[in-house]
Design a protein around this ligand. Structure first.
Ligand code: IMP
Ligand code: MG
Length: 190
């Protein structure tokens, strides 16, 4: 049913599995002795965090934050807002932030600054997708699943108006799904 709304696939289910298998040895090498705290950024991180952490065979802890720069539409707002905070102390911890996508870089920068300020020993980022074309803050994530062009994508955690997060792969929506207002914004942002 959700499939009918998708124009084309950008990252398929088998490709996601391949990405996770590629990230696993890198993350194991860097974190297996560090008992890291994986900090997932809600709600987009949920499918990726779940699949990734099941593949990591060393001790780690899970924590979640909800920080939003997008408010359900297709363009980025200038404010980053903390909707839900972590309930685990970060002082002295090695933190690995788990993101669905890095676009402007504003969200990740704000969260990294906050965790450093709170005394984290190290803060790195693993993101399923990277859209370097969307940056307005210079930033390169530490572990990247896949680079994608400056397109608005949904699925596997990524939403349009809070829908499509449960699609098991990442794709581009058909034009007719967008509200006419959002369609204008998508066109203007490219
Ligand atoms: P940034 O602060 O611009 O890097 O925004 C990152 C956040 O914006 C991500 O965590 C997503 O929630 C959202 N986002 C960015 N690009 C997309 C997209 O193509 N589809 C859906 N959400 C997106
Ligand atoms: Mg997000």
């Amino acid at each position: 049913m959700l499939d009918n709304d998708i124009e084309k696939t950008v990252v398929s289910e088998p490709e996601i599995e391949t990405i996770i298998q590629r990230l696993k040895p890198e993350l194991t090498r860097d974190y297996e002795t560090k008992f890291p705290l994986l900090v997932g950024l809600l709600n987009g991180c949920v499918p990726f965090m779940s699949d990734l952490c099941k593949r990591l065979d060393f001790h780690l802890e899970l924590g979640f934050m909800d920080v939003s720069s997008y408010h359900g539409g297709v363009t980025s707002h200038h404010d980053v807002k903390i909707e839900k905070d972590l309930d685990v102390p970060v002082k002295g911890r090695h933190i690995l932030i788990v993101e669905d996508i890095v676009d402007s870089g504003r969200t990740i920068k704000a969260v990294m600054d906050l965790l450093h300020y709170r005394g984290a020993e190290s803060v790195k980022v693993v993101t399923l997708l990277d859209k370097p074309g969307g940056r307005n803050v210079p930033y390169v994530p530490d572990y990247i699943g896949k680079h994608i062009p400056n397109l608005f994508v949904v699925g596997y955690g990524l939403d349009y108006q809070n829908r499509y997060r449960n699609l098991p792969y990442v794709g581009v929506l058909k034009e007719e799904i967008y509200t006419s207002e959002d369609l204008e914004k998508t066109k203007n942002s490219h």
